[in-house]
Design a protein around this ligand. Structure first.
Ligand code: F6P
Length: 280
């Protein structure tokens, strides 16, 4: 696992350099979700693929930018799913973006996750790694990731980060989101999953939601690269991650690019989601 973490750290340093120097321009290619790929997406994907290809314990990788999983080493036992540059369209407006990694053992199913990691490329570069029951925050300083602290969620938070397009929300979802605001929760939503969830983790709690709605019944965020890795991190930090009625990590993934409605938060907010969705 150490070798994998070090490969992720090297990737992060290289991706940050690419973000800092790269001309911003759209490539002509589309990824499997039909979005136009930024050159930076492709470059970040290749950087991570190359770094992980040197690690013998890595069996297969799956990337948000690749149609199908790619076998790296038959002898390995880790299956790594990653989103190389999540929220990449935010680079041209200079907001934070991130890389997300789910490290699975033996197969790409939620219950096989053994570690998760994400990197935030913001004014500072930070890395969060969940493994062995702990969530640890690291800060990039002079080319090295230095341990800062462990992350623990409070029982209840103050942030409400509601994703999706309001006109397509179910009425009970809208009522739930409004009720959090009515209780004093503050709106914090940049449109980048990594910085938005990072903020909730570091500020002690709150709720991030990306529901199923009439335009996207299965939500937008991808299970293997986005939803499961963050679910693992939130659960390890003492919070929860559900699809409305059940833990997201129990969901069955039929295709690498499957999406799922998702809610991440501290215990209080997740219990509210379960009771609202359970009753509808
Ligand atoms: O998956 C890409 C992504 O940019 C996430 O980082 C983010 O949480 C989400 O999409 C934002 O979607 P929307 O613009 O629909 O709120």
């Amino acid at each position: 696992m150490n070798a994998i973490l070090e490969a992720i750290e090297r990737s992060a340093i290289r991706i940050k350099q690419a973000i800092d120097v790269k001309d911003i321009g759209y490539s002509q290619e589309q990824n499997s979700s039909g979005e136009t790929q930024l050159q930076l997406d492709i470059q970040s994907d290749l950087i991570i693929e190359e770094e992980l290809s040197h690690i013998p314990s890595v069996h297969t990788i799956a990337s948000e930018e690749k149609e199908l999983p790619m076998l790296l080493n038959e002898e390995g036992h880790y299956f790594i799913a990653f989103d190389p540059l999540d929220g990449s369209s935010l680079v041209d407006v200079n907001l934070s973006v991130g890389s997300i990694f789910g490290i699975y053992e033996g197969e790409f199913v939620g219950s096989a996750l053994v570690a998760s990691c994400y990197v935030v490329y913001g004014p500072r570069v930070e890395l969060v790694f969940a493994y062995n029951g702990k969530v640890k925050l690291y800060l990039l300083q002079e080319g090295e990731f230095e341990f800062v602290k462990e992350i623990h969620l409070n029982e209840k938070g103050k942030i409400n980060a509601p994703g999706g397009t309001q006109q397509f929300w179910a009425p009970y979802h809208k009522a739930m989101i409004d009720s959090f605001f009515a209780q004093g929760y503050r709106l914090r939503y940049s449109g980048g999953m990594v910085p938005d969830l990072h903020q909730i983790l570091l500020k002690g709690g709150g709720l991030f939601s990306y529901p199923g709605a009439s335009d996207k019944p299965e939500g937008k965020l991808r299970q293997l690269f986005e939803v499961f890795p963050f679910a693992f991190i939130f659960e390890t930090a003492g919070g929860g991650a559900v699809d409305g009625t059940a833990r997201v990590l129990t969901k069955v993934t039929k295709h690498v690019h499957d999406t799922s409605p998702c809610f991440f938060g501290s215990q209080h907010e997740i219990s509210v989601v379960l009771s609202v969705y359970g009753a509808n």
